[in-house]
Design a protein around this ligand. Structure first.
Ligand code: SF4
Length: 187
């Protein structure tokens, strides 16, 4: 996969091409300058899968976390796990980004922002988040209907379709697939 994304493009790409789960985590990271472990894993591996290089990933997380915990503590306590995700520490396993199935079956606790919004948000929050993506009216009600019937990936697929104005026959089963399909449509 030769696709690369750079640090300066992350916010713009989030608006056009990130699935709701990843938009949400970027928003919370920008707001709180922090994400708990589950969020750092889910979002960090997604960014890696989207083509963010290790050096950029370290700069990205450091820029936020240093505002909260200071850059010294970031370097001491958090940089390791980012390098680890890229297979540069420990067993040097090259960790793969989480699939929708894995994300949907997560159990985020209080203060966690990982997980799948279709599964883990309350109805009002989900409606507000979808409104923010420009989705309302009939498409929104159809999406909420899928959520009620626990068809979370289908709800995400319909969001993709409403957002991009195309049909997605394969269906969404991975956040990085959402991202790459979006980039294909927008090119
Ligand atoms: Fe993210 Fe998958 Fe949930 Fe969509 S269905 S929000 S890509 S976890």
């Amino acid at each position: 996969d030769a696709v690369e994304i750079s640090l300066k493009d992350i916010d713009q790409l989030a608006k056009t091409s990130f699935p709701l789960c990843m938009r949400h985590m970027l928003e919370k990271l920008r707001e709180n300058h922090h994400l708990k472990h589950g969020g750092r894993m889910q979002f960090g591996l997604f960014l890696k899968g989207a083509g963010l290089k290790l050096e950029d990933a370290l700069a990205f997380w450091r820029a936020e976390f240093s505002q909260k915990v200071g850059s010294e503590r970031f370097d001491k306590e958090y940089a390791y796990s980012i390098r680890h995700n890229y297979g540069k520490e420990g067993k040097r396993t090259d960790y793969t980004p989480y699939s929708c199935q894995k994300i949907i079956s997560a159990t985020p606790g209080v203060g966690d922002h990982h997980g799948c919004p279709y599964r883990h948000f309350g109805e009002d929050n989900l409606r507000a988040a979808l409104n923010k993506m420009g989705i309302s009216g009939h498409p929104l009600e159809e999406i909420m209907d899928k959520v009620k019937n626990r068809h979370y990936q289908l709800a995400c697929t319909m969001t993709f379709e409403a957002e991009h104005g195309v049909s997605c026959d394969t269906g969404i089963n991975h956040p990085n697939q959402y991202f790459s399909e979006s980039q294909k449509v927008l090119k």
